[in-house]
Structures are given as C-alpha cells and as structure tokens.
Design a protein around this ligand. Sequence first.
Ligand code: TRP
Length: 360
Amino acid sequence: MTAAANNAAKQTVLSAVQTTNNLHLGNYLGAIKNWVNYQDTHDCIFFAVDMHAITMRQNPKQLHENTYQAIATYLACGIDPKKSIIFVQSHVPAHAELSWVLTCHSTMGELSRMTQFKDKSAKNQSSSKGEDSIPTGIFTYPLLMAADILLYGTNLVPVGEDQKQHLELARDLAIRMNSSYPSDGFDIQKVPHGTKDPHALFVVPEPLIGKVGARIMSLQNPEAKMSKSDPTPGGAVFLTDSDGDIERKFKRAVTDSDTEVKAESQSDGVKNLIQIQATVTGETYDAVLNKYVGRGYGYLKVDTGKAVASAIAPIREKTAEYLRDRSHLDQVLKAGREAATARAEKTLNEVYKRVGFVRQ
Ligand code: TRP
C-alpha cells in the first residue's frame, strides 16, 4: 500500500492550540501529549492558531514569538512532521475564506448561545460602552473554528470539554451545508429520508474528549481550568518554567483546610494534584491516591512537582533548541503549509462551486 492510500484508509484527527501565550501544563497533558499517540494510527493535522488569537488584542511581537514557540513546542513534545501535517493557521487562506461562507449560513441566535462567547463578552463588557466593547471576532470565533475543522475532512477532533459546544456547531453547519448543497444529481428532497449523499460536501466531525488529563485545573484556583490568563501567579505551570519554578508552584498549590489525604473523598485541589501526577507518570488515579492516603499534603505536592519537572525539562530543552534554528522551523512550516493548502483548497473549491461562485 502506498503512503497516500494508507493515509486515506485512516481517520483524520485534527486539533490546534491558540498562540495567545506560552503553552502550559494543561495544554500538554490535556492535548499535545495525546496527539503524539494518534500519529501512528490516524491521519493527523495539528496547527498553531494565530487567527483566533487576535480576537483579543495581542502584542504583535509577542504573538509572532508565541507562534514560533508553539510550533517548537509541538515538535519538542514529539509531533513529527514526517507523520503529521504541522502548520500555522494564517498560512492557509482557505480558513478565512471558508469561514466567510459559513458565516453566511449561520445565525446570530446560534452564535449568541455559545457559552464561551457569553463568558468572554461578559468579561469584556465595560458598563459604559455596552456592546461596543465586545469585539465581533469573539462572536464569530466558532465559525473560523468550524472552517478549520471542515476544510480537512476531519473525522475526530480532540478537544477539551470547553470546546464541545463549538464542535457541535461545526457539526450542525456541516449537516446544514450538506443538505443545502448536495452533489450533482442528488436531490436531498427527493430521496428517502435519512439517505446520505455519497458525495456530501463535508465530513461531519466527532469530538474526541480525552479520558485522562482532559481537565487540568489551576494550582491556585482548582475550580477553574488551568489557563494562561490565570489571574493568580502560580496557577499555571508553563512549559518554559524552570525545574525550580515548577517545584515551587506545586509546593504552593491550593488544597483545603485539612492536612492529610483521605481515601474516601478528595477536595478539587487534591484531586487535581493526584490527577496530574497520574497523567505524567502513567499510573492510575487510585494507584497515586493509595500512595498518599493518611500522609500530609506536603508529600503529594513535592512528589507531583518533581514528577512534572522531570517530564517538562526535556520538552523545555528541546523547545529551546528548535527555537535556535529558525530556518529549520521555517522549512517545517513551509512543508506543512503546502500540504495543508493542497487539501484545504480542494474542499474550498468544491464549496465555492456548489454555492454557485464562478470558478476560473
Ligand atoms: N478554540 C480552540 C481552543 O481555544 C482552538 C482551536 C481553534 C481548535 N481551531 C480549532 C481546536 C480546531 C480544535 C480544532 O482550544
């Protein structure tokens, strides 16, 4: 079997992380670490999301650096350009182009119901300016994300819980477009209910919510997901942090007012530490829990900090190495852009044709 035929038989997995800041432990354990494993069994596409990043105002120099940093981190974590397509979102114009077509097939209502939009606009809204303080980009954000996914015939999208609703929208749009624009000679109105167009425009994607490590919480506020914009310093562990920083952040992690680990139930903070240690060491949650039952929280914090530091150290060092050789990174990105563009253009061309645009 040729490599291409082999790939055609595999399901396509696509995922991405925003380049708003340095990547953190939650991005690694919840996303990138799992992506690495799909490379041998799936047709994989991973990219750095810079176009979504500008939905919030960015420092241009920082955004530029963070994009390289994200790609270097993907490589350092084991995403292999020989196995996967790796690229930067803005390098493939088809994302913006399809996003417009999807915009014209979506409604204000469905976008208004997106919880991430509601949360972000609530945070952004200053009482004096009202809706004038909500950037349109955070409203249309899920349409660009749908375009990201639908351009590549994606079957599976590994995402966190927080992105599930966006994926639902991508599915709705795919189904809506497929029935609005059936292939030539296939009239969806005239065939028995439920019959699928064998040449449907889009593959309808499924979410792939990881079992372990899907939700790494803040070390300072364990009710909230670990996030680059954690307001409390020390809440997020970055993949660029030194061993000392990592160990210190874990020593200061918020637990609860008890002192020792209990077998029956654990607070969010304690659960998070156990979950993190289990995910980096590959042990089960219960195996880690059993080591600490009846012992003070300090042991759990120190050991987890050490385990995380030793998992992150090689990633930090390799990322720095990749960053020192920009021309190599640029070569990787060029190959990724070409491969992604070839695939995306095919889909976009079919969309334009079916919508009725004159093609030359
Ligand atoms: N919105 C995603 C996040 O914030 C990032 C993203 C953009 C994405 N496009 C995507 C994830 C396509 C998966 C597939 O995490």
